[in-house]
Design a protein around this ligand. Structure first.
Ligand code: IFM
Length: 483
């Protein structure tokens, strides 16, 4: 087998059959049917319908129409040979107002989906919260309010009672960093608030919601599922004299604010100090950390790119390249003087730098911090400006850059495993082009192209590449070659 080259363009690397390779989506990004079968409004319905919040005024009203096309979408997954499918459950379909009795039609939709996956031999990985908070709960205060954590635990219990005989892996939250800091700090995500203290209260209540939900899932499920959470880790770089301080601050806010309470049962002392001017953390009550600190069968890892930081000198124009849309507020409460520097390319269509070495570094660092914790890549992928090519055999999308991105990141994962990382699988983001939050439909992450006018699905070259990888268990070469 050839050694992986320095730029991570390897081929022929072998992945064991029990290394679960699949793809991922999320409810609001693909389902559509926003007002059907008793679904209540979520904060993303409200946000996307508010002028100026989402590119082009796009909304998830129709999206990929997956709510109606789920069966053919499952056939497509089977055609690709996916071993697993990570989807999310829309809370407002299960409990339209975020509490109380379940909506049978909502549960039935996900029940059919799970059955359809199992019939096709695809492992269901269900995320309970991928950002579509019922609007009624936001009206009552949202994640900055403690009661939302209890409402989430109730929703988790009802959902696990309904599907907990069949779902293989449960993920409580997807990227609570985004829910807290983009939703309540920067304003780039729903509900669009810009209040640092609210963002930190949201961090804690999301952590609490996670811990309570883990316990409810373990109580209600009958098939001994894997239970997890998915975090979007920040891999932080910088070689300025002030970078160590900036790195420590961002690591505390972005990473350790979640991993430490969840996996170690404590908040980092430096996080509390850094944010003392923003909040006194009085919302953390006795006993909360014990509720939050639950063992996890796997830890979900989302990785796309790195950030490079230093402390702002207070004089030069401030550089703000943290990879997120600037909507006025800051996603970094207490650390607004950290500068995010523009990084070396190449870049994806999101402007995010392509850095497969960052994934290897992240996996190794998680192994060092939490040696006994199995890991699962729950998202990795890239947006590019795909072009459709007409051929005699039909339309094709030759997305060589996306294939190359995947080759390089699978190589990074393989390298980490060779160094002893207990990595259980890899879910490519995303199965289909979809609603990319504040960027609407302008950014395409799918390995399957979606024509939003006709809802036609076209397998991109990256989908064919993934099918070959899963079938042969060997990494197919990058179309961009090895350097
Ligand atoms: O599309 C998102 C997904 O919903 C969460 N993780 C990052 C992806 C790309 O931005």
């Amino acid at each position: 087998m050839p050694p992986a080259s320095d730029d991570y363009r390897a081929h022929g690397l072998e992945f064991a059959p029990d290394f679960v390779i699949g793809s991922a989506t999320a409810s609001y990004q693909i389902e559509g049917a926003a007002r059907e079968d008793g679904r209540g409004p979520s904060i993303w319905d409200t946000f996307s319908h508010t002028p100026g919040k989402v590119w082009n005024g796009d909304t998830g009203d129709v999206a990929d129409d997956h709510y109606h096309r789920w069966e053919s979408d499952l056939d497509l997954m089977a055609d690709l040979g996916l071993q697993s499918y990570r989807f999310s459950i829309a809370w407002p379909r299960i409990q339209p107002g975020g509490k109380g009795a379940i909506n049978p039609a909502g549960v039935a939709f996900y029940s059919r989906l799970v059955d359809g996956l199992l019939e096709r031999g695809i492992r269901p990985i269900a995320t309970l919260y991928h950002w579509d908070l019922p609007q009624e709960l936001e009206d009552a205060g949202g994640w900055p309010v403690r009661d939302t954590a209890y409402r989430f635990a109730e929703y988790a219990a009802r959902t696990a009672e309904a599907l907990g005989d069949r779902v293989h892996t449960w993920t409580t939250l997807n990227e609570p960093w985004c829910s807290a800091y983009l939703g309540y700090g920067s304003g780039a995500h729903a509900p669009g608030r810009t209040d640092g203290a609210a963002a930190l209260a949201a961090v804690h209540h999301l952590n609490l919601a996670h811990g309570l939900a883990v316990q409810e899932i373990r109580r209600a499920a009958t098939n001994d599922p894997d239970v997890s959470v998915t975090l979007n880790f920040h891999v932080i770089r910088g070689d300025d004299d002030t970078s160590p301080e900036a790195k420590r601050r961002i690591d505390a806010l972005a990473n350790r604010a979640f991993t430490n309470p969840m996996l170690l049962g404590q908040y980092p002392a430096d996080l509390l100090e850094d944010t003392a001017g923003v909040t006194d953390w009085a919302f953390v009550r006795d006993g909360d950390l014990a509720e939050i600190n639950q063992p996890l069968d796997v830890l979900g890892v989302n990785y796309y790119s790195t950030v490079t930081v230093k402390m702002w000198d207070g004089v030069s124009p401030r550089s703000n390249n943290d990879g997120h849309k600037d909507m006025g507020g800051s996603p970094w409460p207490g650390s607004r003087d950290v500068e995010f520097l523009k990084q070396a390319g190449p870049y994806t269509a999101m402007g995010w730098n392509i850095a497969p070495d960052g994934l290897e570094e992240l996996l190794l660092s998680l192994k060092e911090q939490f040696p006994e914790q199995p890991l699962l890549i729950t998202e990795n992928g890239a947006a590019f400006d795909d072009q459709v090519t007409e051929t005699d055999a039909g339309n094709r999308v030759h997305d060589a850059e996306r294939v190359d991105y995947l080759v390089r990141h699978f190589t990074a994962a393989h390298r980490a495993m060779q160094q002893g990382v207990d990595l259980r699988g890899y879910q490519v983001w995303s199965l289909m082009d979809n609603f990319e939050w504040g960027y609407g439909y302008s950014k395409r992450f799918g390995i399957v192209r979606v024509d939003y006018d006709t809802q036609e699905r076209i397998l991109k070259d990256s989908a064919l590449w993934l099918r070959e990888l899963i079938a042969t268990r060997r990494l197919p070469a990058s179309p961009l070659g090895e350097r």
